[in-house]
Ligand binder design. Structure first.
Ligand code: GLU
Length: 483
């Protein structure tokens, strides 16, 4: 039964900064929020944190939305869908932030700071040199109203800093990591509004999470160190703090933080390579969360049913590409042939053999897909896997000397004589099975030479598949060319 009812309804958010594609880590955060919301019959908000004006773009926002939708993650409130706590882009919420900034300035929790970049850089240098913790010195903390007016009248644009009380023990009661303490003395007065009037992340996030009535903040571990700053703002504004759950880093197989070095990092790259959304969804869910039973192939409904923050691991998750590949292959195997055939077409269109594939009978096309289905790790592998069916055979010296033997040539000739006008897969199987007997030869002296003569390769698709896809005229053509 849900632990929620009425007033305590769970509300979570995914709050990406649209500064690039959606990475695996971001997708995992989005997914855990989604799973928690759905498990608790709560609400998921999609909010765009675009206060970094230089790096944010609408194009990235589009890509993030598309990646989430592709994965099968839907939201109940936020950009694209609307809701009663909008707007859902931070740059459209500036008035709201300014109202709260005024409140903090009035109550003395914040103050204007006129220090220039150069002054601050110099201050930092000195602190580094002295081996001190690098934090703002507090130079503008005690400006009198007159001094402030004077600087403003000179046209100087101030930032707004939050006044951090010294000697405070700030405790984040994290649902994943337990109680984590921070000493406020190590946090300098931090900027909440930049000199261009744009709020910083730590400030805007608190206002939004409060105004959007977020009950649980589930996000990446890298934000844990921001949380004490956010707690201070919650307290100064008299807001109730939400629950926090910081989920672990994702490491590459070498146990280093996942990065481009480890291969594809964005969701779209996996999509393009031909990973199925269900497989990526399943895989991401297992990056830091584990189901109770042994079963690892779980569909969306099952994962939602089982998901809980209690089973989210504290230690880092390792991105295991082999496992993703395995899962993907499993999901491909489970697709109905017709559907899989359609999914493969965009990849096949990049094959030099597409003009031939395109003109196959529908039934023959399905035989082709059935023949290769179990060999696909990704949809993109189809291009490689169809080659033996269409490429002209190339024979090496060894193969030629085998095929040149008179009894082999005779067998091949008899084989072509016995070929019917056409056959389907079942008929091809029966034909093949009966062939050694009909030719009065042991099986190994029939099947291997036929395979070699058709493809030049001792390995490859099962012969009945090859026959049906290649078609009888082509089989005849290849063998007579050889003889
Ligand atoms: N915009 C932040 C990010 O993309 C979100 C942090 C948070 O969830 O509070 O990392």
């Amino acid at each position: 039964m849900s632990i929620n009812s009425g007033m305590n309804k769970v509300k979570v958010r995914f709050a990406p900064s649209p500064t690039g594609p959606l990475h695996i880590g971001g997708a995992r955060s989005a997914l855990f929020n989604y799973l928690f919301a759905r498990n608790q019959q709560g609400t998921l908000v999609l909010r765009i944190e675009d206060t970094d004006l230089e790096r944010s773009s609408l194009e990235s926002e589009r890509e993030i939305v598309e990646s989430l939708s592709w994965l099968g993650i839907s939201w109940d409130e936020g950009i694209d869908v609307g809701g009663s706590n909008g707007p859902y882009r931070q740059t459209e919420r500036l008035d709201t932030y300014h109202r709260y900034v005024d409140q903090l300035l009035r109550s003395g929790h914040a103050y204007h700071c006129f220090c220039t970049e150069e002054e601050l850089a110099e201050e930092r240098q000195v602190m580094l040199y002295k081996g001190q913790i690098v934090a703002y010195s507090g130079k503008c903390r005690h400006l009198t109203p007159e001094e402030r007016e004077e600087k403003l009248s000179q046209g100087l644009l101030p930032t707004v800093r939050f006044r951090v009380p010294a000697g405070d023990n700030l405790v984040v009661n994290d649902l994943v990591r337990g109680a984590v303490s921070f000493d406020s003395s190590e946090i300098g007065d931090f900027i909440i509004v930049k000199s261009d009037g744009i709020p910083t992340y730590n400030f805007a996030v608190v206002i939004d999470d409060h105004d959007m009535k977020i009950t649980h903040v589930i996000r990446a571990e890298e934000h844990l160190s921001n949380t004490p700053r956010q707690l201070l703002i919650y307290r100064a504004l008299g807001f109730k703090t939400p629950e926090f759950a910081h989920i672990s880093l994702i490491l590459g197989s070498d146990r280093q933080k996942m990065s481009k070095r480890h291969g594809a990092t964005s969701v779209m790259q996996y999509r393009q390579a031909g990973y199925l959304p269900e497989a990526v969804f399943n895989f991401l869910a297992l990056l830091g969360w584990s189901p109770e039973g042994e079963q690892e192939i779980l569909d969306q409904d099952e994962i939602i049913k089982q998901f809980s923050l209690q089973r989210v691991a504290k230690n880092p998750a390792v991105f295991d590409l082999e496992k993703l590949n395995w899962l993907n292959a499993q999901y491909i195997k489970r697709k109905p042939l017709k559907h899989l055939g359609e999914m493969l077409k965009p990849y096949l269109q990049t094959s030099p053999f597409w003009p031939r594939v395109e003109h196959l009978d529908e039934a023959v096309y399905e035989v082709l897909i059935e023949a290769i289905r179990d060999r696909l790790v990704c949809l993109g592998d189809v291009v490689r896997e169809i080659e033996p069916f269409f490429a002209d055979p190339r024979y090496d010296a060894d193969t030629i000397s085998q095929l040149e033997q008179p009894e082999v040539r005779e067998m091949l000739r008899l084989f072509t004589e016995r070929l019917p006008e056409r056959f389907d897969l079942d008929q091809a199987r029966i034909f093949m099975k009966g062939l050694p007997k009909a030719l009065q030869l042991p099986a190994k002296r029939v099947y291997m030479p036929i395979r070699l003569s058709l493809t030049g390769n001792p390995h490859g698709p099962e012969l009945p598949y090859l026959f049906v896809v290649m078609g009888i005229p082509e089989i005849r053509r290849r063998i007579s060319a050889l003889i």
